[in-house]
Design a protein around this ligand. Structure first.
Ligand SMILES: C[S@@+](CC[C@H](N)C(=O)[O-])C[C@H]1O[C@@H](n2cnc3c(N)ncnc32)[C@H](O)[C@@H]1O
Length: 440
C-alpha cells in the first residue's frame, strides 16, 4: 500500500480527492468547531470523574454540542429494516440497497480446504455483504467513502464479511457435535489459585490478574468440543469493535497531519473511561458465594471467546492484539449511545428527546467527543439523534459553572430502583443532586 505523507492542506485535498472523502475539507473543519462547543468545558468533578460544565450561562434550547460517531452499527436483529448509514427505520419494509465488495478468494473460507486457499491467495472475488443495507443510493455512497480514506470502508466490509463467514463456519461445525463441555487444560487451575489469593479491592492486583488471564487464554485457550457462537448482541458488538480497529489500522498505515484529521480518531477513544476493572470486579464479587473460593466469571470467558472469534475471522488482514480488543470493548461498555428509532414528533423536530416504550433500539454508536456528559436523574440537557449524528440541547437555562448532564435512561422510578438500574447497566452509584436529596 502507498503511504502518503500528508503535511499540508493542499496535499491532503489532492490525496482525498483521489481516494474519496464524504465532505469537502473546509466544511469538515468548520463542523469540527461546532457552534455550541464554546458552551462547555471538561472538568474534574468530585465522585464522578470528568464531566461537562457550562463556561457561561446557556439559554434553554441552545445546541450545546454535536458529535459524529467513531463507530456506529445497526443491531443484528434490525439489519433488514435499518439504513446502515443514516439509521432510517422502515419496519416492516426492508432496505433496498445492498453493498458489494471485493475480497481475496481465500477469505471465502466456508467451502475451502487449506490447499484450495493457498492456490487462491492472489485472486479476488466480489461478494455482497449481508449485514449492511441502505435506504438510498446517497447513503450507500456516504458509507463507501466514509473514514479517513476510501480503503477504510473496504477494510470494514472485509471485516464484516469475514465475521459472517466465521459465524457460518462455526455453525456448520457445531451441527454434528452437541457436547459443550470445557476441558480447561490446566488453565483454570493456576488462574483460580491466584484469584482466590488476590485482594479484590486492589486495582493493581486485579489488573495484573486480568492481564495474566488474557495472556494465558490467548496462548493456551479453552478446549471446547463445541465452537463458541455469538448471539445477536455479540455479533453487533463485534461489528462495533471492527469499526474502531479498522480506523486504527488505517491511521497506522497512512500518515496524517493531526489538524487534518477531521473525523474522530482511534486515539480519541483512548480518552474515554475504561470499564474493564469495574466490570470484572463486579462480576467476580457477584459470582462469589464463598469468600475463600472465587469463580472465574463466565462474563470474562465470554469476552475472551468473542476475541478469539474476532481474531480467527480477521487476523489475515487486520491487526488486533487482545490489548486493542479490550481497549475498545471495555470503553464501548457503558459509554456508547443507543441509536433509537425516531418518533413521528422527533421527525417533525418537535420532540423532548425521550425514548418511549414503543420505539426500537436500532443500533449503537461510539461518540468520543460526547462521552463527558454524566448522568443526572433531573438532566438539563437532552440528546437527539440526527441521522448518525448526536445533537445535545439545553432543556432549560444552565448557569455558568453548572454541570451539563443527560439522562442515561428512565428516571421515573424511586431512587433505589434508579440507582440499582444504573449500577447494573452502567456500573456506578448515581451521585446526582436528585439521588443525593432523595436518599438523604
Ligand atoms: C459516559 S461516562 C461520563 C464521563 C466520565 N465521568 C469520565 O470521567 O470519563 C460515564 C461514567 O461517568 C460516571 N458517572 C456518570 N454519571 C454519574 C453520576 N450521576 N454519579 C456518579 N458517577 C457518574 C460513572 O463512572 C460512569 O460510568
Amino acid at each position: 500500500m502507498v503511504v502518503p505523507t500528508i503535511l499540508t492542506e493542499e496535499t491532503a485535498r489532492d490525496f482525498l480527492s483521489v481516494h474519496g472523502h464524504p465532505f469537502p475539507l473546509h466544511e469538515q473543519r468548520h463542523s469540527n468547531r461546532q457552534q455550541g462547543e464554546k458552551w462547555l468545558e471538561v472538568c474534574s468533578l468530585p465522585g464522578k470523574g470528568r464531566g461537562f460544565v457550562a463556561t457561561q450561562r446557556i439559554p434553554a434550547g441552545a445546541t450545546v454540542h454535536t458529535s459524529e460517531p467513531l463507530a456506529a452499527v445497526v443491531s443484528q436483529e434490525w439489519i433488514p429494516e435499518t439504513c446502515a448509514w443514516c439509521f432510517h427505520f422502515t419496519y416492516p419494509k426492508r432496505m433496498r440497497y445492498k453493498i458489494d465488495t471485493t475480497i481475496p478468494k481465500n477469505l471465502n473460507n466456508i467451502n475451502n480446504t487449506n490447499k484450495k486457499k493457498k492456490k487462491q491467495q492472489h485472486t479476488y472475488t466480489t461478494v455482497t455483504i449481508k449485514d449492511v443495507l441502505f435506504c438510498s443510493e446517497p447513503c450507500r455512497h456516504k458509507f463507501q467513502t466514509y473514514g479517513h480514506v476510501k480503503n477504510e470502508s473496504e477494510l470494514l466490509l472485509r471485516c464484516y464479511y469475514a465475521l459472517e463467514q466465521e459465524y457460518n463456519l462455526r455453525q456448520k461445525q457445531n451441527q454434528d457435535d452437541d457436547n459443550n463441555d470445557i476441558d480447561s487444560n490446566g488453565l483454570i487451575t493456576d488462574l483460580q489459585q491466584e484469584l482466590d489469593q488476590l485482594d479484590i479491592n486492589s486495582d493493581e492486583q486485579l489488573s495484573k490478574w486480568i492481564d495474566q488471564a488474557w495472556i494465558t487464554f490467548t496462548q493456551q485457550g479453552l478446549v471446547k468440543a463445541q465452537q463458541w457462537i455469538p448471539d445477536d448482541a455479540e455479533q453487533t458488538m463485534m461489528r462495533l469493535v471492527a469499526c474502531c480497529v479498522t480506523r486504527r489500522q488505517i491511521e497506522s498505515e497512512y500518515l496524517f497531519a493531526d489538524q487534518l484529521m477531521v473525523i474522530p480518531k482511534f486515539n480519541d477513544l483512548l480518552n474515554v473511561q475504561c470499564n474493564e476493572l469495574a466490570y470484572i470486579r463486579r462480576t467476580i464479587i457477584d459470582n462469589n458465594n464463598n469468600e475463600n473460593k472465587r469463580i472465574i466469571p463466565d462474563e470474562l470467558i465470554q469476552v475472551m471467546e468473542m476475541f478469539k472469534f474476532f481474531v480467527s475471522a480477521t487476523s489475515s488482514f487486520l491487526n488486533c492484539p487482545h490489548i486493542v480488543f479490550r481497549a475498545v470493548y471495555f470503553r464501548e461498555m457503558a459509554n456508547s449511545f443507543g441509536l433509537w428509532e425516531m418518533s413521528p414528533q422527533q421527525h417533525q423536530n418537535n420532540n423532548d428527546g425521550n425514548v418511549t416504550d414503543d420505539l426500537e433500539l436500532l443500533g449503537w454508536g461510539i461518540y468520543p467527543s460526547a462521552v463527558y456528559f454524566n448522568h443526572a436523574c433531573n438532566a438539563n440537557v437532552r440528546k437527539i439523534r440526527d441521522g448518525r449524528k448526536m445533537v445535545f440541547i439545553a432543556k432549560r437555562d444552565i448557569e455558568e459553572g453548572e454541570e451539563a448532564c443527560i439522562s442515561y435512561g428512565c428516571v421515573e422510578d424511586t431512587v433505589e430502583e434508579r440507582r440499582k438500574r444504573l449500577l447494573e447497566h452502567y456500573h456506578f452509584l448515581c451521585a446526582c443532586n436528585r439521588c443525593e436529596q432523595e436518599s438523604a
